[in-house]
Design a binder for this molecule. Structure first.
Ligand SMILES: Nc1nc2c(ncn2[C@@H]2O[C@H](COP(=O)(O)OP(=O)(O)OP(=O)(O)O)[C@@H](O)[C@H]2O)c(=O)[nH]1
Ligand SMILES: [Mg+2]
Length: 402
């Protein structure tokens, strides 16, 4: 939660240099509508706010919505997600190669990682340009995993002599010590327990060697930083590379960050009408140069074949599928769907699937959670209890004593 407006999620962009991380970031955080009033469009040079789309209930309910921080564009709600663009990682970054891996510390709170891969194979392992198709992008997927594992291992090992003494004394409470050690990674105790179990650790912590710690780090990574692959530069990627990436055991979306950025800019200048994620656009300005016409033609061909340019699709697959979020609309008045100020459908929250009415109350405000009496499903007008599991698209009024 951030400032009571419901941004609870942070997505990190990772990858080797020159794959298009910053281009992806620039495209994803460049919103058609004004999001600049948002508290952290400018937190840091490399932090910003992207969004995922959701169908706004306003059409179906035949009302006019008045969102606070989740703009509605032609019936599509844009729900903010924090994004972080970090420096490029190279193989063996954990030993200090390239810029090292210190900057990964910025990703501690990230709920997931988007691994931007140069699917065109036109950058080598270090991110230097090479002819298209020369570098195998599958290698990048492997090395990145390893570097993230080493970063987490580094966190596990911090003050290791002290920690291992604590572990020796902890007996059956190993989980607590490990949890404390990695709590900055936004990992739950349950996830730590699972990772420990999966790692089949030697009984005596003094027998935990480098390899054991790396296995534990890797299992923690899988639980806490799920990875989705953006097969970027798909606009010039050989078919063979796309096939190889698609056959990996990862969710993969093919993207052209460059085209996405170009078309969003064209849309800002009213050259085209385009909604991010769509698989087509309309040309508004007929007075185009030959180069512009040609560029738009290439973009259109790619987006139609690809089912969109991929940037929105990655964000949404990440949030709705990997992180299993649903969208819930809290209201104060279940008949008019308004908040205290009379704004219709003011907020949209991304909640983990399985969240209850009580979870929503706590997300809106801890006081509201503590004073929870009951809730009302505004669509059906039914009273629901604290344990009632919410559905995607629910509009919920919470009755609280606070
Ligand atoms: N053809 C094509 N080029 C792209 C695409 N995305 C990015 N590029 C180009 O790739 C180059 C590198 O892009 P950046 O966004 O700076 O890459 P980066 O990953 O942030 O690089 P570092 O900050 O050095 O790690 C630029 O020349 C981009 O224009 C894409 O989808 N297609
Ligand atoms: Mg960059």
């Amino acid at each position: 939660m951030f400032g009571g407006v419901g941004i609870s999620m942070e997505v990190g962009l990772v990858g080797k240099p020159n794959v298009g991380k910053s281009t992806f970031f620039a495209a994803a955080t460049r919103a058609e509508v004004e999001m600049a009033s948002y508290p952290f469009t400018t937190i840091d040079a490399n932090k910003g706010v992207g969004y995922v789309r959701a169908r706004c209930p306003h059409e179906e309910l035949e009302v006019t919505c008045q969102p606070n921080h989740t703009p509605c564009v032609e019936g599509t709600r844009m729900i903010p997600v924090k994004m972080i663009d970090v420096a490029g990682l190279v193989p063996d970054a954990h030993t200090g190669k390239g810029l090292g891996n210190k900057f990964l510390d910025d990703l501690r709170q990230a709920s997931m990682l988007i691994h931007i891969v140069d699917a065109s194979g036109s950058t080598n392992a270090e991110g230097e340009p090479c002819p298209v198709g020369e570098h195998d992008p599958v290698e990048d997927v492997k090395f990145l995993e390893k570097e993230i594992d080493h970063w987490i291992k580094g966190i596990l090992e911090k003050n290791w002599s002290k920690v291992s003494r604590k572990l020796e004394l902890a007996g059956g409470k190993l989980e607590k010590v490990v949890y404390e050690q990695v709590s900055g990674l936004g990992v739950s105790e349950a996830n730590v327990s699972t990772a420990i179990r999966e790692s089949k650790l030697p009984e005596k912590p003094k027998d935990w060697d480098d390899e054991v710690l790396l296995t534990l780090a890797s299992n923690l990574r899988k639980r806490t930083k799920p990875i989705i692959i953006a097969a970027n530069k798909a606009d010039m990627a050989p078919e063979e590379n796309m096939d190889k990436l698609n056959s990996l055991d990862y969710p993969v979306v093919s993207t052209s960050a460059e085209y996405e950025l170009a078309i969003r800019k064209a849309s800002e200048k009213d050259i085209v009408h385009y909604l991010p994620g769509d698989d087509d656009f309309e040309i508004l300005n007929e007075d185009l140069t030959e180069a512009q016409t040609k560029a738009l033609k290439s973009i259109r061909e790619f987006m139609q074949g690809n089912g969109g340019l991929g940037v929105q699709q990655v964000m949404e697959k990440a949030v709705y599928e990997l992180l299993d979020r649903i969208v819930v609309y809290p209201v104060e008045n279940e008949h008019n769907y308004t908040d205290k100020e009379g704004r219709v459908l003011p907020d949209a929250y991304l909640m983990p699937k399985g969240s209850t009415a009580l979870d929503l109350a706590y997300t809106v405000h801890s006081d509201i959670g503590e004073g929870f009496i009951r809730a009302v499903d505004a669509r059906t007008d039914r009273v629901i209890g604290r344990e009632h599991e919410l559905d995607d698209g629910d509009i919920i009024k919470i009755v609280s004593s606070r």
